[in-house]
Design a protein around this ligand. Structure first.
Ligand code: ADP
Ligand code: MG
Length: 479
């Protein structure tokens, strides 16, 4: 019997999953939909041009192999890319691209329903720019420290960072235009936006890059209205090669400024200039923004930054300390990273407070000092004990590496550490049994339940064990 496209794709996914990191699998392959299978050609739908390019760049060999394995040597793959960046048609369009045929993209003679070539086709002359005036020196307003070099990469920001890097290598010429970065405060949007600008300046010294906060943009516009030189204002912005506008949520409700930004946006986009926008929300959740502007925000790539995991938080602190030439005991760094887990700016704030405290009082930086400081610092934001914090305490206590809990081993001491972690997680967190199991060695809820029972039994019957539990409990609560 002939296989359906879903069956074929599912089989491919199984192979792919075994061959790449799970995080990558989730990011790049789970969003793909198989569309059809005709004459050994499997068509898959990818959510954006960015996906298509990423797959082609990173996974084409694996994809080809898998397809051939499934469909034989005749087997081929075609992409269908959901497109949103047609000027007058915000409806998603579908476009077919044969796999591994990137040249077709750069070749205008290949007929395509829409122009994917905006970047590579002839430049439309900018009517506003008077030749000779083009090379006005613009102060880019970039902060040197906010470079890619100083930006720690983690699962939390990988997509945004890669997209930002791609944009900096090829401003205006990738599908990520605008590049729209969003996240809660303090998670690195401004830093990343600057990094892109800095990298563009390094790569292309004669491009005009401008970083501007939305508030500044609004202020300048109001000023230009007052001075009756709005045209100069607009012309200035239309001359920029890479425009980075930070916190565009502040455009909300400001209709006149939105109107003027709309024109700037169009002009830049049409002439393949790069736009990088940041916001505290994804485009769909933005309020008080004109629909025509909102739909443009969705043309390129919207990438979010998530709160960093523990490892990334530690790496960020270490980078900062190294940069400032300061030494700090490892346990203090870890303590800080454990305690503050939702906002990098706060994490840095805590670090600075500790250093200030220590130099003010001429006291060394110790865990004790860190604890006092954190108590003052994060009192308002309720701290919750996390499963990974518990695992760390338990493993430290028994001198085991933290990741041993997630290993498959059945060594007695590790099984015990795992069971204790489950027991304390049940006791001190609101996590469900299933979640606890997942985070402690990928076990199911029944295993967690069994672990809790075992620990309770041992507390009743084994004196030494009871001491362990009491000491651990203290350590965990002392957080
Ligand atoms: P946002 O604009 O999202 O509010 P910022 O870009 O201002 O956040 O980041 C807050 C602070 O955290 C900055 O000092 C920045 O340098 C730092 N930071 C954020 N993300 C990272 C990262 N991945 N690596 C290193 N430092 C970071
Ligand atoms: Mg910011």
């Amino acid at each position: 019997m002939k296989k359906t496209c879903t069956e074929v794709w599912d089989n491919c996914l199984k192979v792919i999953k075994d061959n790449i990191h799970y995080q990558s699998f989730k990011t790049w392959f789970l969003p793909i939909k198989p569309l059809k299978l005709e004459n050994s050609v499997l068509t898959i739908q990818v959510p954006s041009q960015f996906f298509y390019e990423w797959l082609e760049e990173h996974y084409i060999v694996l994809l080809k192999k898998t397809i051939k394995k499934e469909l034989g040597t005749e087997g081929r793959l075609e992409y269908s890319v959901l497109m949103e960046n047609n000027y007058d048609n915000p409806e998603p369009l579908s476009i077919k691209i044969p796999a591994s045929n990137k040249k077709a993209l750069a070749n205008p003679s290949v007929s395509m329903p829409i122009d994917l070539n905006r970047g590579t086709s002839k430049e439309i002359p900018n009517p506003f720019v008077i030749p000779g005036l083009k090379k006005i020196k613009v102060n880019s307003q970039l902060v040197d420290n906010y470079s890619f070099e100083n930006f720690i990469e983690g699962d939390c920001n990988r997509l945004a960072r890669s997209a930002g890097f791609a944009v900096a290598e090829n401003p205006g010429k990738t599908a990520f235009n605008p590049l729209y970065l969003y996240s809660n405060v303090g998670l690195g949007k401004t830093h990343l936006a600057h990094a892109i600008g800095i990298q563009v300046k390094n790569n292309f010294p004669d491009r005009t890059v401008l970083y501007v906060s939305t508030e500044q943009f609004v202020g300048q516009y109001i000023e230009s209205v007052r001075n009756n030189n709005q045209n100069d204002f607009v012309h200035f912005y239309q001359m920029i090669d890479v425009l980075i506008m930070d916190d565009i949520q502040f455009l909300s409700g400001k209709e006149k400024t939105q109107d003027v930004f709309f024109h700037v946006f169009n002009q830049l986009h049409q002439t393949s200039k790069q736009l990088v926008l940041t916001s505290d929300k994804p485009p769909v959740e933005m309020k008080g923004i004109e629909p025509r502007l909102l739909s443009r925000f969705k043309w390129g790539l919207a990438a979010d930054l998530q709160p960093p995991d523990l490892e990334t938080r530690i790496a960020i602190l270490q980078k900062k300390l190294y940069h400032d030439g300061i030494e700090m005991p490892e346990e203090v760094i870890e303590y800080l990273a454990y305690s503050i887990n939702t906002n990098i700016r706060e994490l840095e704030g805590a670090l600075i407070s500790i250093m200030a405290q220590s130099s003010l009082n001429k006291k060394p930086i110790t865990l004790e000092l860190a604890k006092q400081m954190i108590d003052k610092f994060v009192k308002s934001t309720s701290r919750e004990i996390s499963i990974d914090f518990i695992q760390k305490i338990v493993c430290d206590y028994f001198n085991l590496p933290v990741d041993s809990i997630n290993s498959k081993t059945r060594k007695r001491e590790i099984v015990q550490a795992r069971q204790l972690s489950m027991y304390f997680a049940k006791k001190h967190t609101k996590a469900s049994l299933a979640t606890i199991g997942l985070h402690c060695g990928n076990k199911d809820h029944a295993t967690v339940l069994h672990a809790c029972k075992t620990v309770n039994n041992l507390i009743d019957t084994d004196k030494q064990f009871r001491v362990y539990v009491e000491e651990l409990d203290k350590k965990i609560k002392m957080q």
